[in-house]
Structure formats: structure tokens, C-alpha cells
Ligand binder design. Structure first.
Ligand SMILES: [Zn+2]
Length: 430
């Protein structure tokens, strides 16, 4: 499952597809509410080793060079994708295209389908305008760094599937949004409240229905490992979880793991790449960390934080968006927020506010990660050195910079820098 898909669906769940703007950038709040925890801050859609590569751990000096250049590129692209995303939506808006989409869609009989028509056309136009850049960043760059495990057509097929899902599922928040805006001045409040059941539904169904569209989930093959994981789960009070491995190597050689589910649907998922490259003890620590998220209720806390941040974002939008509409109404060819043609403008506002607010959401996420790192130490009996090796491998295989610039970490990292995490577990006293 590609992070882009998670991000798209997660954001859509909360708010409207801003993921089409933020692209595959992680560190958005979506990942924490989705609770499909990635182990490290991984902007890469795909990263790792190509199967022909021999041993990638420990890092060789050449590979370290590669890591450094990849993380420079990653940091630059966080901005490129953001600004290009905004520019794309601005083109759709200022060219009068979104007003034209609204006119076309208005021929449909029911309002519900008019909203859906506008949503589909805006998303498709946005997708097409962004496509060259997205091919470059998400396919060619990944290929150049030898991380990509898919052919172009396989990659593109999944990209289109993600777009299709966006159009299909996005109608729910889109319709709800315009219905409220045309009903109540406090739409920002009611929308955020309405997002709660929608988000919970998503967190529960995504691992079961959506993620299997991209990957195959099968019971863990290594039965010895499975029994170790089940006894760890038992120790922390997670009752009878399903333990799956997922064929993530279909897309990438990145390593990762997660615990998903709410309200009784509990699922422990390990990437096949992780199983192949990590020792049992390292995996146990990793899963101790993941179980920590579950046991410490980070999903609920993440959900609460997401709803609060959503409310703040929409409140700011409600207070400021009219100024822009009034200023440019003749260019936009609509004069009120309740006009469906305003969709690209709403997406711009949400994206900008979320981008600016990233230090808050990522700071909260990093705080939860530290708690989970400590929890992993508390419930397993692996040594600090083994836990540190797990982080070191993560950095090596995923090419994540263990020691980023503090500003980059503050703004963009939803996990603490790996160097800090290694020091933390080495010095941890149980
Ligand atoms: Zn975590």
C-alpha cells in the first residue's frame, strides 16, 4: 500500500482530498489518524533496495552519499509538491475552469450528482495537470535511486485506482460540506463533528477493504515468529489479534509494520521486507512499538487531534475565504462559498493551513512516537542495542536521514530523527 493512497484516503476522510495538493507527502495528520503507523518518517513512496543489490546493511560510504542526496531531494520536493499543487488548483480556479465544470455538472438532475460531477472533474483536471510532475517524482526518481519494484504501467494503474477511489469516496465529505455551507453559518463546527463517525468508519474499513485492493494480506508464514508475536500481544492485553504479512515487496523494498484497527478489529501487519531483513528480536521490538500505539490509545488521541485541527482549519477558512471570493469573483465566476465551483479554492485554503500547521500536527505525532518507543522497551526484553539496530536498519533500507536539519525535523517529521531514537533506546532504563 503506497503512502500516497493512505494519505489521499485519510485526508479525504477528514477533509476533502487535500492530498491531491500535498501529494504523497507524509507528516500530514492523515497518517496518524489512519493509525497505519510507519516506523520512520518516510516521505518516499517507495524506498529500499532493489532485489539485485547485495547487502545494504550496514551502510557503505557510497550508500551514505546516496542517502544524503536522496534526503536533500526529498526536502526540496516537499516544497515543490506543495507549491505546484497550489498552482494547479489556482489555474483551475482563475481560468474559470471550475465554473465551467459547475455549469456542465448542473445539467444533472439531482444536486447530489452535481456536486459529484464537479468533484470528479476538478480531481481529474488536477490529476492531469500534476501528472508529469507526479510521474517524475513518484516513478522516475524512485527508479533512479533503484527503489522501484513496479513497471510503469503497474505503477500508473495503482495511481489511477487511487484517483478513482478519491472520486468515489470523496463525494461523502464534498456533499456534506456544501450541504452544511448552504445551511448554517457554523458549518465549520458541524462538518468537524460529522467527520468523526466518517473517520472511525474509515479507520475500521480501510485495512479490511481498501488496502487489500493494492496488496495481498496473508497469515504470517513464520509460525515461530507468529507465536512470539501472539505471546507479546497477550502480555500487553491485545486479545486474539490477526497477524498478517503483506506483499509490500510488490511495490517497494521499504520495510515497515503496523497495528491497525479500532473497536475490536485488531490486525498486526508486517511487511514481507521487514520479515526478510530483520531478526526476530528486532521485529519483536518493532512490534512492541506498534502495540504501544494500540494500547496507549494513540488512534483515539490522533483522531481527537485530527478533528480539533480540522475544526481550526475550517474555522480559519470560514473567516477568510470570503475576502478572496469577493476580490476575484469576476475571474472565478462565482460569488459565494456555497457555489460548488468554489471547490478548488476550498482545497487551496485547507492545503495552505495544513502546510503551515504541520509543526503542530507533527509535533503531536512525534510525542506519541516517543511514548511508543518507550513502550516497546518496557514490554519486550530486547536490549537497547538490538532496538537501536532496528532503527539503524530502518535508516539504511529506507534511506531515511538519521540526522536531519532541526528545522526540517520540526516542520516535516512525524517521527523523531532516527539518531535521537537510537540514543533514546540505548540509554533507556526499564
Ligand atoms: Zn510509531
Amino acid at each position: 500500500m503506497r503512502s500516497r493512497t493512505n494519505t489521499t484516503l485519510g485526508l479525504m476522510a477528514g477533509l476533502f482530498l487535500a492530498a491531491t495538493v500535498s501529494g504523497s507527502s507524509e507528516g500530514t495528520i492523515a497518517d496518524s489518524i489512519f493509525a497505519t503507523d510507519s516506523l520512520s518518517d518516510s516521505v518516499a513512496v517507495a524506498a529500499g533496495q532493489s532485489s539485485s543489490d547485495p547487502d545494504l546493511y550496514p551502510l557503505t560510504p557510497e550508500r551514505y552519499e546516496k542517502l544524503a542526496s536522496y534526503s536533500r531531494l526529498t526536502n526540496i520536493w516537499r516544497f515543490v509538491e506543495f507549491f505546484v499543487g497550489i498552482a494547479t488548483l489556482a489555474i483551475i480556479l482563475f481560468s474559470g475552469l471550475s465554473a465551467r465544470f459547475r455549469n456542465w455538472a448542473s445539467k444533472l438532475k439531482y444536486k447530489f450528482f452535481v456536486v459529484w460531477g464537479v468533484l470528479a472533474l476538478v480531481l481529474i483536471a488536477d490529476y492531469l495537470l500534476n501528472l508529469p510532475l507526479s510521474i517524475y517524482r513518484s516513478y522516475i526518481v524512485e527508479l533512479n535511486y533503484e527503489f522501484m519494484n513496479q513497471t510503469f504501467m503497474q505503477w500508473w494503474g495503482e495511481d489511477l485506482l487511487a484517483l478513482f477511489l478519491g472520486v468515489l469516496i470523496g463525494i461523502i465529505p464534498a456533499w456534506f460540506f456544501y450541504w452544511l455551507v448552504n445551511q448554517s453559518r457554523k458549518w465549520w463546527f458541524w462538518f468537524s463533528m460529522g467527520a468523526i463517525p466518517f473517520l472511525i468508519f474509515f479507520i475500521v474499513i480501510a485495512p479490511v477493504i481498501i488496502m487489500p485492493l493494492f496488496n495481498e494480506y496473508v497469515p504470517l508464514e513464520d509460525k515461530q515468529l507468529e507465536s512470539k508475536l501472539l505471546s507479546l500481544a497477550d502480555r500487553v492485553g491485545i486479545d486474539q489479534p490477526d497477524v498478517f504479512q503483506v506483499d509490500a515487496s510488490k511495490q517497494t523494498t521499504k520495510v515497515n509494520a503496523m497495528v491497525t484497527g479500532l473497536l475490536g478489529s485488531k490486525r498486526i501487519v508486517l511487511y514481507d521486507n521487514l520479515i526478510a531483513k530483520f531478526t526476530h528480536d528486532e521485529i519483536l521490538y518493532v512490534m512492541g512499538h506498534e502495540m504501544g500505539h494500540y494500547v496507549l490509545n494513540h488512534m483515539w488521541q490522533g483522531l481527537g487531534a485530527a478533528v480539533l485541527f480540522l475544526m481550526l482549519t475550517l474555522w480559519i477558512t470560514s473567516r477568510t475565504i470570503h475576502v478572496i471570493i469577493n476580490r476575484f469573483k469576476s475571474r472565478f465566476r462565482f460569488d459565494r462559498l456555497g457555489d460548488y465551483a468554489s471547490l478548488p479554492l476550498v482545497l487551496i485554503f485547507v492545503s495552505v493551513i495544513m502546510f503551515v500547521g504541520q509543526p503542530i500536527t507533527n509535533g503531536f505525532s512525534r510525542w506519541m512516537e516517543v511514548k511508543a518507543d518507550a513502550y516497546g522497551m518496557d514490554i519486550t526484553d530486547v536490549s537497547g542495542e538490538v532496538a537501536a539496530t532496528a532503527f539503524d536498519k530502518l535508516s539504511a533500507y529506507n534511506l531515511s536521514d538519521p540526522d536531519p536539519h532541526p528545522v526540517a525535523e520540526f516542520w516535516f517529521y512525524d517521527h523523531p530523527a532516527l539518531k535521537k531514537r537510537m540514543a533514546f533506546v540505548r540509554n533507556y532504563e526499564r
